[in-house]
Design a protein around this ligand. Sequence first.
Ligand code: COA
Length: 79
Amino acid sequence: MAEDVPELSVGVLPPWRGQGVGRALLTELARRAVEHGFARVSLSVERANHARRLYVTEGFTTVESGPDSDTMVMVLSER
Ligand SMILES: CC(C)(COP(=O)(O)OP(=O)(O)OC[C@H]1O[C@@H](n2cnc3c(N)ncnc32)[C@H](O)[C@@H]1OP(=O)(O)O)[C@@H](O)C(=O)NCCC(=O)NCCS
């Protein structure tokens, strides 16, 4: 969405899903992004994907909506 806003792509191999790995990855990614001086990180998610709930509970908010997917942003200074 902007050159200074990294876009995340998160995936956990099927046997490891539902055990907190995705949430731990996001927490660590946010910590490292702050460390590297970024103010925001973004991602795109299909609206039907259960990952959306993970992102909302981690503090991402929707900034743009397409027909089936949303662009979401986490403001790191608020963490
Ligand atoms: C999305 C993904 C990264 C989540 O990783 P994960 O390790 O399974 O997630 P966690 O175990 O940390 O769960 C975090 C939250 O995700 C949601 N969640 C995870 N698995 C879920 C499921 N099967 N159904 C509904 N919600 C689910 C829950 O809100 C959960 O929060 P809770 O533990 O408080 O209930 C993983 O499922 C994945 O790789 N999916 C396929 C690829 C993909 O869709 N990536 C996202 C593209 S935007």
